[in-house]
Design a protein around this ligand. Structure first.
Ligand code: SAH
Ligand code: DHB
Ligand code: MG
Length: 224
């Protein structure tokens, strides 16, 4: 459809205006191609948006679910103060190794811990080792577990924390209860859980651009 080309062109226009060319991020994209990883990282404009959100909420401690090659991790870590911390969970040890090298090259490795393992096993481990609350959580791992990730996020966050979740619209397939697309079914359940969750106030931003038609959920953990 012609509209898709227009949306991608406008995304490129926004990127050209606000996202300066960056050798570090270019190397990350190259590592994704070379390692034959799926190119499903956030777009450059979404990266800048995540960076701004982290700055806006003054995040000192960020939790990310789904590292891939560390592209979004670099954006988030760049928003941290010198003594900040990003913990990023990744199930695939090979992806985590690529990400570790990319964070090293970005000069951010000292701020970032990549935890290897299925997030549903590593989240309890984070709680068990007494991690202090996270100021911001970016949910971007397997969509099947998004509902469970919301519950864990609320355990590891604090009143006033920001929660961001990627891929919650899936080309509008979330509208159909029986879409036959398990990915869309899972985020549909997540969106319903988020809307029903009394501990947060939330909204979904519908998005178009280089990654097609999708959405980003934003939620603020209420202060009692
Ligand atoms: N946030 C990244 C993209 C993440 S893609 C970026 O924007 O740059 C989703 C990632 O989640 C993949 O790397 C995948 O390996 C990982 N993943 C899938 N299932 C997972 C699980 N159960 N626990 C942790 N990570 C998982
Ligand atoms: C896809 C996109 C994503 O942003 C993601 O986190 C996982 C999968 C996709 O387009 O398939
Ligand atoms: Mg995503």
């Amino acid at each position: 459809m012609m509209k898709d080309d227009l949306f991608a062109a406008v995304d490129a226009y926004i990127e050209h205006l606000f996202v300066p060319d960056d050798p570090v991020l270019r190397a990350v994209l190259q590592s994704i191609t070379e390692s034959e990883m799926p190119p499903i990282q956030v777009s450059p404009a979404q990266g800048q948006f995540l960076y701004l959100l982290a700055k806006l909420c003054g995040a000192r401690r960020i939790l990310e679910l789904g590292t891939l090659a560390g592209y979004s991790a670099i954006w988030l870590a760049r928003a941290l103060p010198a003594d900040g911390r990003l913990i990023s969970l990744e199930a695939d040890a090979k992806y985590a190794e690529v990400a570790r090298r990319n964070l090293e090259r970005a000069g951010l490795a000292h701020l970032v811990e990549i935890v290897i393992g299925p997030a549903l096993e590593m989240l309890p481990a984070l709680q068990a080792r007494g991690e202090r609350p996270f100021d911001m959580v970016f949910i971007d791992a397997d969509k099947e577990n998004y509902v469970a990730y919301l519950e864990w996020t609320l355990r590891l966050a604090r009143p006033g924390s920001l929660i961001v979740a990627d891929n919650v619209i899936r080309e509008g397939r979330v509208l159909a209860p029986e879409s036959g697309d398990s990915f869309a079914q899972s985020v549909r359940a997540f969106n319903a859980a988020l809307a029903a969750e009394r501990r947060v106030e939330a909204i979904i931003l519908q998005q178009v651009g280089v990654k097609g038609h999708d959405g980003l959920a934003l939620a603020w953990v209420k202060r009692e």
